[in-house]
Design a protein around this ligand. Sequence first.
Ligand code: 2P0
Length: 317
Amino acid sequence: MPDSSVIVSAAANIALIKYWGKSDQPGNQPATASLSVGLEDLRTITRVSVSETDAIIGELGEQGRARLSSFINRFREEHDIQQALNVSTENNFPTASGLASSASGFAAITLALTHLFKPEMTDLEKSQVARQGSGSAARSVYGGYVEVVLSDDSYAQPVMPAEDWPLDVLVAVVQENSKAMGSSEAMKHTAATSPVYADWIDTHKADMDIARSAIAERDFVKLADISEHSCLKMHSTMMTSRPPVLYWKPATVSIIHLAQHLRAAGTQVFFTIDAGAQVKLICAPEDTQTVVRALDAVEGISRLIKTRIGGEPRISQ
Ligand code: 2P0
């Protein structure tokens, strides 16, 4: 007898080599590969039960609810599933603030639906399902270091387990309210109007190769350089869009300077920033306290979330 109820905890992830832009193929196909790390303590917990009527419970907002509902309906149609579903979902971190809630959210619902109705699916196939909800969600099907591979049906695969290179992650929250423009819309706008977007696409493969070798070699400085480059290059496509998309706040820039200053002095830290103002700092664990102390002097940080690379999904009844 198949399970009629499941609880999934899936983690957010942050890209070190960014996904920014979609191909013109259907199915939410990315235009670039990407490479990310899972965040152990930033999670979406989603419970799905077979029920009498459909329901979605959670603080999703109108748009989020509609997006989740159409994802569930498409999955049911594709797999000829007739049952009504009760879905409840919550994040343990602020949503819509550049902390990738769509990644953990769509990974969690994908893992729940496939557990209940398509348990024979491989992780690769699950990542393809999750990608259709949100490009970054493909990566949250796994924990640790993960990459998205471009293909006719792009998928994610593990690069290395977290424990093979344990690093800490600090999330400096500098803006608590929702960002001005969502990622999907901003990507489209960037691709249509930025004069440097073509270069972004052309240089992506080389960036992926460098990041993969930095991880294989556990070369912190090499990973730091390529990650910061990918981040700034992505944001340069946004800033050169017309009208520009500028997510950063003054504190975002202060933290960039701080990370560069610290690394020049030998502290193992680098920054990355997604489609929002928050700065994520990746640190070697022996240097995390130095970074935390240095951040004390930066004005405009409303909170600091400390976690580590990890984020293996958890499934329970
Ligand atoms: C990433 N971001 O690689 C990049 C970096 C934000 C900046 O993936 O349109 O919510 O749902 O596929 O996954 C955020 O975009 O976009 C994102 P959709 P998603 O993490």
